[in-house]
Design a binder for this molecule. Structure first.
Ligand code: ZN
Length: 503
């Protein structure tokens, strides 16, 4: 078999596995939208079968054989070529998968499925003791996973690598420590400014049908293609790229709080446009798949915050918002509104946090999960450690564990190493925006006219079209010409908040 034949056979096999996982994605979407409650047990069987078939295909010995028939040949000599990038990423996933003993994979799947139920009950009943034994088992299993996968510096890196390939915890720790030093005085100055927006303007009657209409129109204006996608309602908003021509975004509506659905829609629109912009010719292969969780998050944060909470965005949309909700917003000015959507106020719940305090929530989780992995923190001591760190960082005492260490689903599904990608997304987005503004100096005027095409085209060239051709930090360097740093994000926050809070 020539390397070309081996490559073509390898790609066919990888594509087939990806078709299986896209079937699971449709079922997953249905499960969270229209599936009747009684369908859950049968759905779990369908999902388990698809997961097993996909895993078998990806870890089959023939994948390893094909990889060795290709590696070292002239077909992959140019490291940035499509074949080289596909082979590099398939090798990475294959090595990781075959290093994990099958009993560990099975136990993890089973324990995390049950743990999610236990976590849900524990949070509802505000009872950490119910979740503790599950967390203990998950931490032990993830330690085994990290040891099986292997790492250079720390166990945590082996887990982080699944979400942000090539990132290391020591590098992120340095970045985050510096970020926390910059954010803390900024947040304190905002609190001490004595200025607060009219928060009530967001918490009025916003009829759901009109929110739906307005949100869908905004997503279309930003560039989400509704011929290749849908917007539906769910309890846990997300975006799922099912394949070329089919990307689903989901949100939830609160008739008495505007921000929940609207900024959720902008966020998922950012994820959705990335999925829609991936090159269809490479669908089902690494070069047709999103680069990393952090890069994905940079796209959602860019449209939700950098664009959607900007003054030019609301210069365009606020008059339309008032037409949509004339009674609700009768006494509200554009200035009131712009300040309200940029309210900074430390709070307990990560997903409700503003752009400045959000990252402190992430840094806290990053520190605690590293300590869980090294064994320096026992799961039983998590609530105390959480509350101590929370008081130190956000100057608030969590009233209970439901609003403290039990608030997020991630640890219950084994997603240790996931959290830092949220803040990496914010940092990437800020620097991408600096680069975009350098290339497109009239961006704010475009936004004021409701024209977002130039930014979307820029992102297609810079980010979407490459899929996993470059590792995240390499993609970042190519776009920005810089190493990853906090400065652009801090400058962005200061430029926005200094005039609002008179700093
Ligand atoms: Zn997101």
């Amino acid at each position: 078999m020539t390397p070309e034949q081996a490559y073509s056979d390898l790609i066919d096999r990888i594509r087939e596995a990806s078709v299986l996982s896209s079937c699971a994605a449709v079922l997953g979407w249905d499960e969270r939208t229209y599936m009747p409650r009684q369908g859950a047990a049968h759905r779990a069987r369908q999902m388990a079968l698809l997961a097993r078939l996909g895993h078998e295909r990806l870890t089959a010995p023939v994948i390893g054989e094909r990889l060795s028939q290709i590696e070292g040949t002239s077909l992959v000599a140019e490291p940035d070529s499509i074949p080289a990038a596909n082979v590099r990423e398939i090798r990475r996933a294959y090595d990781r998968a075959v290093k994990l003993p099958s009993d560990l994979v099975e136990e993890l799947a089973q324990v995390t499925t049950e743990a999610q139920g236990a976590w849900q009950r524990a949070r509802q009943e505000n009872d950490f003791a119910q979740f503790r034994p599950w967390l203990e088992r998950i931490v032990a299993l993830k330690q085994r996973e990290a040891d099986a996968v292997g790492y250079r510096e720390s166990r945590y890196d082996a887990l982080l690598d699944e979400f942000e390939p090539g990132a290391t915890s020591s590098e992120i720790a340095r970045l985050f420590a510096d970020l926390s030093r910059e954010l803390t005085p900024l947040i304190a100055a905002i609190r001490e400014s004595g200025r607060t927006p009219r928060r009530d303007v967001l918490q009025r009657e916003f009829p759901v049908d009109r929110q739906q209409m307005f949100g869908q129109a905004a997503a279309a204006a930003l560039g989400f293609d509704f011929d290749s996608g849908r917007l539906d309602t769910t309890t846990h908003p997300f975006c799922t790229g099912i394949g070329p021509g089919d990307t689903r975004i989901l949100t939830r509506y609160n008739p008495r709080f505007f921000s929940e659905a609207f900024f959720g829609i902008l966020h998922e629109t950012g994820h959705g446009m990335y999925e829609q912009g991936l090159p269809p010719d490479h669908a089902g292969t690494p070069c047709g798949s999103a680069c990393s969780f952090g890069i994905h998050e940079s796209q959602s944060r860019m449209w939700e915050n950098q664009v959607g909470r900007s003054r030019p965005f609301w210069d365009h949309f606020f008059p339309r918002l008032r037409q949509t909700f004339p009674e609700t917003l009768r006494d509200v000015s554009l200035d009131d509104w712009y300040f309200a959507v940029n309210d900074v106020q430390p709070s307990f719940i990560r997903v409700e946090a503003d752009e400045a305090t959000y990252n402190l929530h992430i840094i806290l989780r990053f520190e605690l999960e590293q300590a869980l992995m090294t064994g320096d923190l026992a799961p039983a001591d998590l609530p105390g450690a959480w509350n101590d760190r929370f008081r130190a960082m956000l100057k608030l005492s969590p009233p209970n564990d439901a609003q403290g260490c039990l608030q997020d689903i991630h640890w219950s599904f084994g997603g240790i190493g996931y959290f830092p990608t949220y803040t990496l997304g914010n940092l990437y987005a800020a620097q991408f925006m600096v680069a975009a503004r350098r290339d497109l100096p009239r961006l704010d005027e475009d936004f004021r006219r409701g024209d977002f095409q130039a930014l979307k085209d820029w992102l297609r060239d810079a980010v979407y079209q490459h899929g996993q051709r470059y590792r995240p930090i390499e993609l970042y360097r190519r776009i920005t010409g810089r190493p990853l740093e906090n400065r652009p994000f801090i400058d962005y926050l200061r430029d926005k908040y200094e005039p609002l809070y008179g700093l």
